[in-house]
Design a protein around this ligand. Structure first.
Ligand code: SF4
Length: 482
C-alpha cells in the first residue's frame, strides 16, 4: 500500500475521504466541478509564480511509476543540482506500507549527506495564506522521508504561501512527532473493514468528489450532521449521550445538554428546536427574543442589496440593488458592475447615489458581508462619513433576524437553502457565489460577455430571494403575535 502526503492531507480534513480514495468504488465519485477546477487553476498559477525564483531540474519518469521516479530524483540529488521540482522519494515504513513523498521542491542546502557535502530541504507551495496545521504535517512527512533517503537529518522545511506570510519556516521538531501520530492513526484506519463515518460539512464536502455519495447516505440515515448547529465537536458530545438521531435529539430536555462544554441554555434549546422543526417539517419560533413583535417590517420603499466579490483580487465587482416600491407596486433592479477591477470606485459611487435617492428606505441584505463591505469601501475611497454612516444605519440583516428567532426545517441557513424551502427558484439553478468568482475570472481572461450576464442574473436573484425570505419572516412574526 502506498501512503502519499496528499492522502495524509485529506485525512486531516476528513478521515473518510482517503479511505474512499483508496478503497471506494471509482464510479461513485463525482466528476469535477467548476469550483475544484478554479482551485486547481489558482494552484498552478501560484506554483508557476513561485517557481520563477528557482533554477530547478525536473526528474523524468513515467506517470505514477514511483520506483522509476524515485531513481530519477536520486540521480539529480547525487548530481547536487540547486533544486528539484516534482521529485519523488519512496521509503518503506511498515510491512506492506510504503511512503511516497512528492514535495513541490527539494532545495540544496549546506551540510553533509549520503550524497556529499550538501543536503536537501523540502518546500511545498500552498494556496492558503496561513501555515495551517495540515500543511505543516505534510511538510514534516516529506522531511521525514527525505531524512531517510539522504541519511542525514533535515534541519529546515518551508511552506510557500500566498499573501504576506510568503515563505514560512516550519518547526520540524514540533511537527514531525505530531505527523507520526497522525500517520499511525491513518494507517490504522485504512486497515479497518468499514470506511470512517461521514460528517457532512457544507464547506469541506462541497470540495470533495465523494459528496454525492456521502450526502445520499447521510440523507437516508437522517444523519445528525445535516442538522444546522451540529458541529463535529457537538456531534461527538451528543453521541456520548447516546443521542444519535433527530428523534432522540428532539426528545431531549435542554437541561441534559446545557452543561456540556460549549453549550448554554440558549444553544441547547435551539439545537433541540432545530431537530423538532426538521421532524415536524415546520418553522418554530425560538423563545429568546420577545422584541420581534415590535419590529417594523413594512415600508413604502425597500431596498434589497447583494454583492458579488472576487476575494483573490480583493475586489467587489458587482453591487446589486433591487428597489421595491410597495406603494406604487413597482420593482426595479440596478446592477452596478465593474467590468474591470479599476472600476470598483465608480460602482461604489453609483451605489451610494442610488441609495441616497431613498433616504428613508431600509436596506435589507443577507449576512454581514454587505455591511462590512460598505464600511470598508467607505474607508478605502475616503468617502465622507456623513455619506456612509446614515446608509449603514439603514442596513437590516435578515440572516441575523432569522437565526435569532426561528428554527427552520432546512439543512443550512444559507440564503439558497432557506429561499428554496420557501419555493423560490434561481433562474440558473447551477449558479452560486463561488461559481460567480470563477465566471468573473473567466470574463477577465476571455471577455465573454455572456458570463457577466449570468453573474448579473444570479445577483438579481439573490436580491429577490432576500426579498422573499424577508416577506415570509414578516408574515411569520405577524402570525405568531396573533
Ligand atoms: S463528502 Fe465530506 S464526509 Fe464524504 S468523504 Fe468527502 S469530505 Fe468526507
Amino acid at each position: 500500500m502506498f501512503i502519499s502526503a496528499e492522502l495524509l492531507l485529506q485525512y486531516q480534513r476528513c478521515k473518510r475521504r482517503p479511505f474512499l480514495d483508496i478503497r471506494g468504488e471509482k464510479r461513485w465519485r463525482d466528476t469535477g466541478n467548476d469550483l475544484i477546477k478554479k482551485l486547481q487553476q489558482d494552484k498552478i498559477i501560484h506554483q508557476k509564480r513561485i517557481l520563477t525564483q528557482f533554477n530547478y531540474k525536473k526528474p523524468k519518469y513515467p506517470r505514477r511509476e514511483w520506483h522509476l521516479a524515485h531513481q530519477a530524483t536520486l540521480e539529480l540529488m547525487q548530481l547536487g543540482v540547486d533544486s528539484i521540482y516534482q521529485g519523488v522519494m519512496i521509503a518503506n515504513y511498515a510491512p506492506g506500507c510504503t511512503l511516497v513523498s512528492r514535495p513541490h521542491l527539494l532545495i540544496k542546502q549546506q551540510g553533509k549527506s549520503l550524497f556529499g557535502d550538501w543536503q536537501y530541504a523540502p518546500a511545498n507551495i500552498e494556496l492558503g495564506k496561513r501555515p495551517k496545521q495540515e500543511y505543516q504535517v505534510v511538510i514534516a512527512f516529506h522531511a521525514q522521508v527525505l531524512a531517510e533517503i539522504q541519511q542525514s537529518e533535515v534541519d529546515c522545511a518551508w511552506l510557500m504561501l500566498r499573501g504576506k506570510d510568503g515563505s514560512y519556516l516550519v518547526d520540524l521538531s514540533k511537527w514531525i512527532p505530531q505527523m507520526e501520530i497522525i500517520l499511525e492513526e491513518f494507517i490504522h484506519s485504512l486497515k479497518q473493514d468499514e470506511a470512517p463515518e461521514m460528517f457532512i460539512s457544507r464547506q469541506r464536502c462541497s470540495l470533495c468528489h465523494w459528496h454525492h455519495d456521502c450526502y445520499a447516505i447521510a440523507k437516508s440515515n437522517q444523519h445528525l450532521s445535516l442538522l444546522p448547529g451540529v458541529t463535529p465537536v457537538r456531534y461527538t458530545q451528543l453521541q456520548e449521550l447516546n443521542i444519535t438521531t433527530p428523534e432522540s435529539l428532539a426528545e431531549t430536555s435542554p437541561a441534559v445538554l446545557e452543561n456540556l462544554v460549549g453549550f448554554d441554555n440558549q444553544v441547547a434549546s435551539k439545537l433541540i428546536l432545530q431537530a423538532q422543526s426538521v421532524l415536524e417539517n415546520r418553522p418554530l419560533l425560538l423563545p429568546f427574543n420577545p422584541e420581534i413583535h415590535n419590529m417594523e417590517f413594512q415600508h413604502a420603499v425597500e431596498l434589497y442589496f447583494d454583492i458579488e466579490a472576487q476575494p483573490d483580487l480583493n475586489l467587489n465587482y458587482l453591487l446589486g440593488v433591487l428597489v421595491v416600491d410597495k406603494q406604487n407596486h413597482t420593482e426595479q433592479f440596478y446592477s452596478f458592475l465593474a467590468e474591470k477591477p479599476e472600476d470598483e470606485e465608480l460602482v461604489w459611487q453609483q451605489f451610494l447615489d442610488l441609495v441616497w435617492q431613498y433616504p428613508q428606505a431600509p436596506i435589507y441584505h443577507f449576512c454581514v458581508y454587505e455591511f462590512d463591505t460598505v464600511k470598508r469601501l467607505g474607508k478605502l475611497y475616503r468617502t465622507p462619513k456623513a455619506s456612509v454612516s446614515p446608509v449603514l444605519n439603514r442596513f437590516v440583516d435578515i440572516y441575523e433576524h432569522l437565526i435569532q428567532n426561528v428554527a427552520l426545517p432546512v439543512e443550512s441557513y444559507a440564503l439558497k437553502a432557506i429561499a428554496r424551502w420557501l419555493g423560490f427558484e434561481w433562474r440558473n439553478p447551477e449558479a452560486s457565489g463561488a461559481k460567480c468568482i470563477y465566471w468573473y475570472d473567466e470574463w477577465l481572461k476571455t471577455g465573454d460577455r455572456e458570463l457577466l450576464e449570468i453573474i448579473q442574473l444570479y445577483n438579481e436573484d439573490d436580491c429577490r430571494a432576500t426579498l422573499s425570505v424577508k416577506d415570509w419572516l414578516f408574515q411569520f412574526f405577524q402570525k405568531q403575535s396573533h
